[in-house]
Design a protein around this ligand. Structure first.
Ligand SMILES: CCCCCCCCCC/C=C/CC(=O)SCCNC(=O)CCNC(=O)[C@H](O)C(C)(C)COP(=O)(O)OP(=O)(O)OC[C@H]1O[C@@H](n2cnc3c(N)ncnc32)[C@H](O)[C@@H]1OP(=O)(O)O
Length: 292
């Protein structure tokens, strides 16, 4: 069982937390890894690096999201850690966003369960008391971009293939209001309006210009840059930084928290429409055919 936003929910049978490994790292810190979420602890520095490992593209399936939620809960409750670096273990891809297969050809109960997990990961990341630095070492569309947007600082590796943005409209779907709120808080209303309507995916130089990321660095410097940013943020007393973070983010998070059930119902009825199912299937098919 896992605790999701104050409620205890049963993990789906497919989520094999029994397979989770717990060992001691060189510095004595507890190292834990599930199938798809690798955690590299540096207890002395108070930093944990989370590496997303759901090949080939780190798509956010229900099982992957559940593992990630549990991992974040553990870190949040472990006083050893004050900061998380979020990065990818899949070469060239930070995350392909929500797993389209979770939103295609399933039943309403599944869509509702899936959307609750998507809301949960966003709330966990967005409201985390820890410092979150995204070390974006690959393409980061849609839900991948959203995860990065929840972080306190974003470093993007300088590779024109590593585009980032909320491209939902290109799939014939709509970014929910809380994706939009998170983007507006990051890049401002005008830039978000344009980016969302056009479904823009920004290459690094443009992502930096528009404020989608805070820094662009050569790929081989991404981790060292994330570490040095982290030490700058960790130099601030926790209580002052955490209260300030909460002051800046609470209204945005409350907007979703207050409408959580209605948001799930909206998602389920939207995604269940024949026209939307068709658009998603066509998009998935195009992705598959791209290689041939
Ligand atoms: C008024 C009512 C309001 C209600 C509001 C409701 C609104 C609903 C909103 C729902 C929000 C959704 C947000 C999302 O995150 S949707 C997902 C968007 N993601 C994308 O568009 C990315 C798609 N993928 C890519 O562009 C590329 O794959 C890549 C990430 C750039 C990587 O390219 P690369 O060439 O390396 O890899 P391939 O394209 O060959 O992909 C390898 C295999 O992975 C499959 N794949 C890719 N992305 C996904 C995905 N998101 N989900 C599932 N599967 C994915 C791809 O098909 C390949 O599979 P194959 O090997 O079987 O062919």
């Amino acid at each position: 069982m896992a605790l999701l936003a104050g409620r205890t929910v049963l993990l789906r049978a497919g989520v094999r937390l029994g397979a989770e490994a717990a060992t001691r790292g060189g510095n004595g810190a507890r190292r834990f890894a599930s199938h798809r979420v690798l955690v590299e602890p540096d207890a002395a520095a108070g930093i944990a690096t989370i590496k997303l490992k759901n090949p080939p593209v780190n798509s956010l399936s229900l099982e992957f999201l559940t593992e990630l939620i549990i991992c974040l809960e553990k870190l949040e409750n472990d006083k050893t850690f004050r900061g998380i670096i979020l990065t990818s273990d899949c070469p060239g891809i930070f995350s392909a966003g929500l797993d389209l297969r979770e939103m295609c050809g399933k039943n309403p109960a599944h869509y509702a369960e899936y959307w609750r997990a998507v809301q949960e990961i966003w709330l966990k990341l967005y409201l985390s008391n820890m410092v979150l630095v995204a070390a974006i070492n690959g393409a980061s569309p849609a839900g991948g971009c959203l995860m990065a947007l929840t972080c306190d600082y974003r470093v993007l590796a300088d590779n024109p293939r590593y585009r980032i943005g909320l491209n939902e409209t290109l799939l014939g779907i709509i970014a929910p209001f809380w994706f939009k709120d998170n983007l507006v808080n990051t890049i401002g209303h005008r830039a978000a309006d344009r980016a969302l309507q056009l479904g823009l995916l920004f290459p690094p130089t443009e992502a930096l210009q528009v404020g989608m990321v805070d820094q662009v660095v050569p790929e081989d410097q991404i981790h060292s840059t994330a570490l040095s940013v982290m030490s700058q943020w960790l130099a601030i007393p926790d209580h002052a930084r955490q209260l300030t973070k909460s002051m800046m983010r609470k209204a945005t998070a409350d907007h979703l928290i207050k409408q959580r059930e209605a948001d799930i119902q909206n998602f389920v009825s939207f995604i269940s429409k024949d026209s939307i199912q068709k658009s998603l299937q066509v998009y998935l098919e195009k992705l598959k055919q791209k290689k041939h």
